[in-house]
Ligand binder design. Sequence first.
Ligand code: ANZ
Length: 823
Amino acid sequence: PNTYPFAPIEAKWQKYWSDNATFKTPVRSASKPKKYILDMFPYPSGSGLHVGHPEGYTASDVMARYYRQTGHDVLHPMGWDSFGLPAEQYAMQTGTHPEVTTFKNIDTFKRQLKSLGFSYDWDKEIATTDPEYVRWTQWIFIQLFNKGLAAQSSVSVNWCPALGTVLANEEVINGLSERGDHPVKRLPLRQWVLEITKYADRLEEGLEGLDWPAGTMTSQKQWIGKSSGCDIAFETPGDLPKITVFTTRCDTLMGVTYVSLAPEHPLVADLTTADRKEEVDAYVSETSSRSDMDRTSNKEKTGVFTGSYCVHPLTGESVPIWVADYVLGSYGSGAVMAVPAHDERDFEFAEKFNLDVKAVVQPANDKEAELPFTGTGVNVNSGEFDGLKTGKAKKAVMRKLEELDMGGEKIQYKLRDWLFSRQRYWGEPIPIYFPVIFDDEAAATDPKTCKHTIDYDTPIAVEESELPLELPPMEDFHPGDDPAGCLARAADWRYFQKGGKWFARETNTMPQWAGSCWYYLRYTDTKNNEQAWSEKADKDWLPVDLYVGGAEHAVLHLLYARFWHQVLYDLGHTTHKEPFQKLVHQGMILGADNEKMSKSRGNVVNPDDVVLETGADSLRLYEMFMGPLEAVKPWQTEQVSGVVRFQRKLYQVCQGVVAEDRESGEDEETTKILHKTMKKVTADIESMSFNTAISALMVLTNHLASLKTPASKDTMEKLALMVSPFAPHLGEECWSMMGHDESLAYAPWVEWDDALTVDNEVTMGVQVNGKVRGEITIGKDVEDESVAVELAMAQEKVARYTEAGKVVKVIFRPGKILNFIVK
Ligand code: ANZ
């Protein structure tokens, strides 16, 4: 009967793999190459797996299985990114401890992943919330702290009252939280910051040589935002410090007509004259609530004059100092030299406030360029720099400034330091504590009852032997209005005595990004109780050879993880400069209506339903067959039935082969199709072009199904091997039907004979005087010119042209060209 009993077959093989520890990570052998195949581990949310998850996971599983069969030692692990806001928010609504929710969700995810037959080594499973994992996350934090890369600073932060937490700049979009779209305000708060900016250059350079999608490389580069320019100093009146500006166009220095400070620039108050104070104060407070995004948008420019002037470093002229919020406090030095003739923003501002516009750059071939002219050209009205082209002018101005000690080369980055504190419960406690200073040191007994302050200027790292520093049990996870976070309320945990002295723990926790910064390192050595991972584990398995995950992580996760990795490299904990050699993003799977799947649209496909109805292999096959892996594509249930038919047909062919019971030998056509398929499927898997590989397997299966005499066992084994990375249960079943009593997971991959993959006949064009007049189909290696000529002349059209004159020459290159020269 034309059916395939997927349910018992899939259950049987999943049990077999589990009972036989088929996918246990091998001990690395010197003679074999390795492949570390990694999925971006999921956040175990309450809603379980959606069909987007298995797409990337199937792709990586195909590769892991393929590499095992091509003689590689494979590491293919899975785990859980299990800290995070939703569990905590759920806890606030229901009172269920985040740990309980997290465990429950992990169970669901694990059951679902197992039902799909992925070849993970489940012995390597980790969760970022495991105390043993937290221990090493905290240990890495301490390495960063000891290296001077983790520091406290009172920074103006993005405070989200609704979430009760501070968010990183990256988590704020248009003034709203990335998660949940809640309004975000800016406030000053004591925070832990990781100085990723110290690695800006390395993070940019390290991208060279990685096999990553071009778009992701560009996003990272743009995020790092390297900009080469010059710092220039403008003297200010009185004893005040100079104003430093950052510019990428120091060649326009002679065109400066005003200098503009960001409202938060530290010199604003001092530079404001008495008569301007009221207006400037009002402007500063009014702009303080605007986000950077808002300030740099194309809205009408605003600003106020400070009443003061600074000195042009080359001309000595007085230059008015303004305050304008299009200048950002967080970029460069928070001040710009304004050149309205050559900068759009400065031009708009000058127009509005009636400030001078002085052109100093002329385009090479248009003397009357419209202003603002922002391109490059030749300097004019620039004294000694006149006549210099932009590039030369930049160098000359820079040299002059260096001579005068008024400026010099500067590389600027858009990248900001990483705000690493969260005022949350469900995260890794930051392993730092501070001395407690009592108001009355002599009489004090306990900070819970005696007045005291915490000496935040003296941070002390928790002893390595005391790690992990675990979260205190709490019942109320509301952040409350203490920006120190909810852990501040766990007084028995927060305050402790050591050597007779009282200390207070840091009450901030780490952001969810922390755990995902190094999980790929821990996977190499999950059972290590002495170290986060051993030197050997690093040498054995790193770098990750293939990393598969969503493009939404193009910047943050991938940048943060690379940063930690580079620091760990510098500290000698890894011998690999970059963690992820090849990166692939799977495209999003949309609903059948071409919209993003969501509960509210009612277009969500649950993988559990598909597994139940047509089996795990059908889901795997379908998701790989939908289209190119990277493409965004809609779910189409009719197509699932297409792969179901394919499975049935393949199974039926296999049953026919069993009945026929012939070892080998096929007709010529079948042999050729088989060899071509082996070559194509292999190449397609290598290039992760899975949809075309599956369609080649469908063609082969259809051909075998059409044969009068069933195919041989040898052919069927090859088909089973090829289908197994995509549909591993079906592959195993067919393999065992061919008489094998062991899994095919390590059976050598198929090999083909190249000679059998090429067609022996070619179709080639026949030309007369260089024009194509017909075509002939001829044996590929026919070298006899007369055979070709005879075939060609047999065609009426060719004959007509050749008979029109006299054939003076025949050019024949076997398999390529046949050309008659007729006069
Ligand atoms: C003078 C000038 C003349 C500029 C000119 C441009 C064109 P990127 O490429 O993004 O690095 N700038 C510097 N600091 C700023 C800040 N804190 N907020 C807003 N703008 C700032 O851009 C560098 C240019 O952006 C700098 O070069 C400066 O304007 C401006 F014809 O200086 B320029």
